[in-house]
Design a binder for this molecule. Structure first.
Ligand code: CTP
Ligand code: ZN
Length: 157
């Protein structure tokens, strides 16, 4: 593989592969990694790919992903594959999959939405209307969210 000419295999951690070209930094950002955490992170951008033409790839040594982090990645990198590496082997491999209902990951863009009111916090709740192109609808106020908007609406945590 061309990529292995660029970076070595990792011992223990996560390889996020088949990221749409140009989105690796966004993927790192939505899982909250800045590089300041100290773990070894390898990033390949615009590598040739049979499936995608070009792809990005992120390797994180010593870090595994929580299910909600995988759901966040599915929102911005629907083609991504998550490989869990243990003792240098691919212990599991799965494609990210955007759930039909997305709870608490995105802030509704409608300021009047009940999920944006002060007081009792209510988790946002979006229904996946379409995956390609991405289109989500708030289950409380009906506001639609497009692929371009998602990045800016992803919540911390
Ligand atoms: N990988 C790694 N360190 C390891 C094992 C695998 O960094 N110890 C990386 C590989 O370089 C590759 C990804 O994890 O980017 C998945 O590995 P593998 O399944 O062996 O590669 P492919 O068969 O090319 O994957 P796919 O079929 O998903 O394209
Ligand atoms: Zn709403």
């Amino acid at each position: 593989m061309e990529e292995e000419l660029l970076i070595r295999k990792i011992r223990e951690g996560t390889v996020i592969d088949h990221i749409p070209a140009g989105r690796a930094l966004k993927v790192l950002s939505i899982i909250g990694l800045t590089g300041g955490e100290g773990m070894v992170i390898a990033l390949v951008m615009n590598a040739p790919s049979q499936k995608l033409g070009r792809k990005d790839l992120v390797k994180i040594e010593g870090r595994f992903l929580a299910p909600r982090e995988v759901d966040k990645i599915a929102l911005i990198a629907p083609s991504a594959t998550i490989n869990v590496i243990r003792d240098y082997k691919v212990a599991s491999k799965r494609k990210v999959e955007l759930p039909d209902v997305i709870k608490g990951l995105l802030k509704c863009p409608n300021p009047d939405c009940v999920t944006n009111q002060p007081g009792e916090p209510i988790d946002s709740l979006f229904k996946t209307i379409s995956r390609s192109p991405l289109r989500l609808v708030c289950q409380y106020c009906g506001e639609a969210v497009s692929e371009e908007e998602v990045m800016g609406l992803l919540t911390k945590g």
